[in-house]
Design a protein around this ligand. Structure first.
Ligand code: ADP
Length: 225
């Protein structure tokens, strides 16, 4: 059964009189446990599509179903509740909260869920990404790769059904990027979490089950591994 289903989705940005159709009647279906990569030229709508699938933004028309939740027509608060229940998100620029330690960053989603064991669970997750000894460090005291590992631990604190990643290795050097890739795929395999990532990196894309090429607002082709 599809865990994510995108049907006839269009996204049109309007500024003044000008309309920009970024996605034009796009269809996509992702099975639970699959890993897929969305690739395409800069400005082709990859981040927009990822954001619509993750409920970060709403489509102009069409339907997105995320693990049984229909996202169209939901308020921002309702979409935030679905996100908190179903997904994790990793960004190119990590997006850690600068005033919180590594441990506190990972605790945020656990505290939102009112988990009494938030601290213990967050520490366990930091240990899983190899950062048990960096718990009290602030983001500025961590390298880029370490910050991305904290953000992976935070994403997995949600026990997400789907992990979304937007250029997760884009700001990292090759070796660090490979370590982050390995970690994401390990967690994907170990927990059965569906993985949807946007990347420029053809080697990274080739490691997923399916590659979606997007161009001119359309999904051009799907390559199966
Ligand atoms: P990609 O991730 O493939 O580089 P994006 O999805 O970020 O592409 O952007 C696709 C197009 O939509 C770009 O031309 C971008 O300038 C435009 N765009 C993205 N977000 C907005 C917005 N909030 N308002 C207006 N235009 C936007």
């Amino acid at each position: 059964m599809a865990i994510l289903s995108v049907e006839n989705v269009s996204k049109i940005y309007q500024s003044g009189q000008r309309k920009l159709t970024v996605l034009d009647q796009v269809n996509l279906s992702v099975e639970a446990g699959e890993s897929i990569a969305i690739v395409g030229p800069s400005g082709s709508g990859k981040t927009t599509l990822l954001g619509l699938c993750a409920g970060l933004d709403s489509a102009t028309s069409g339907s997105v179903q995320l693990n049984g939740h229909r996202l169209e027509g939901l308020s921002e608060d309702q979409r935030a509740a679905v996100r908190s229940q179903e997904i994790g998100f990793i960004f190119q620029n990590f997006q850690l909260l600068p005033t919180l330690t590594a441990l506190e960053n990972v605790m945020v989603p656990l505290e939102l869920k009112r988990r009494k064991d938030a601290k213990e669970k967050a520490l366990e997750l930091l240990q899983k990404v190899g950062l048990g000894d960096r718990a009290t460090h602030y983001p500025t005291q961590l390298s880029g790769g370490e910050q991305q590992r904290v953000s992976i631990a935070r994403a997995f604190a949600n026990e997400p059904k789907i992990l979304f990643a937007d250029e997760p290795t884009g700001n990292l050097d090759t070796d660090t990027g490979e370590m982050i890739e390995q970690l994401i795929f390990e967690l994907n395999t170990a927990s059965g979490t569906t993985l949807i990532l946007v990347t420029h990196d053809t080697e990274l894309a080739a490691k997923t089950n399916k590659i979606i090429h997007i161009r001119g607002g359309k999904i051009e082709e799907e390559q199966h591994a």
